[in-house]
Design a protein. Structure first.
Length: 190
């Protein structure tokens, strides 16, 4: 997958979780490492995987305007990606995400317009990096907070929604209760 790069969105405050979600431990690894390993298994070496935000101990693409939401992380990563490349975007807080799930998104990307996402979830998703995507994202910091979302971004672009064969893996964890539920699921699933 020479033309695919990946981005882990890890720049949030994790205020509902009460601690940095990227540093939570899942199956013996920090969640950020779980996501990086997953992405490297798809796109190749680590030079093709970017991390947005400011996670201590990791080479990250920092947000120029902190607290502007995940689109700011995406916008700030764009200088690292060439037009014509495909960008796979995942949040750091989806520990159940699988390679098979992401391969469903990456299937047949040569026919994609601006993006492909799952109908069940805004993330993960893939973008065809282009001047159009850059133009839309460069205006993000001027938007009202309610408009700084992937939902709003998708409305400005042309794309495709696919059905995920296993929607359970699209669970993201924003609260301690959701995290505990995922940990319990993983114990049962062993």
């Amino acid at each position: 997958m020479d033309k695919v790069k990946a981005l882990v969105l890890a720049g949030g405050k994790s205020s509902r979780m009460g601690r940095d979600k990227a540093l939570l431990h899942y199956r013996g690894q920090r969640l950020i490492d779980v996501m990086i390993d997953l992405l490297e298994s798809l796109v190749g070496d680590g030079s093709r995987v970017l991390v947005s935000g400011n996670v201590a101990g990791y080479l990250c693409v920092p947000d120029e305007h902190p607290e502007q939401g995940p689109l700011e992380g995406l916008r700030c990563a764009l200088p690292e990606i060439e037009n014509g490349e495909v960008l796979l975007v995942v949040p750091v807080d989806m520990p159940l995400l699988t390679k098979a799930c992401l391969e469903e998104l990456l299937r047949d990307t040569c026919q994609m317009k601006d993006f492909i996402r799952f109908s069940d979830s805004e993330l993960p998703c893939i973008f065809a990096v282009s001047a159009k995507l850059r133009e839309v994202l460069y205006g993000v910091s001027n938007l009202q907070k309610s408009q700084r979302s992937f939902r709003h971004l998708f409305l400005q672009l042309e794309g495709e929604s696919r059905t995920c064969s296993n929607p359970k893996v699209l669970c993201n964890t924003n609260t301690p209760e959701e995290w505990e539920e995922v940990l319990n699921e993983s114990k049962i699933g062993k």
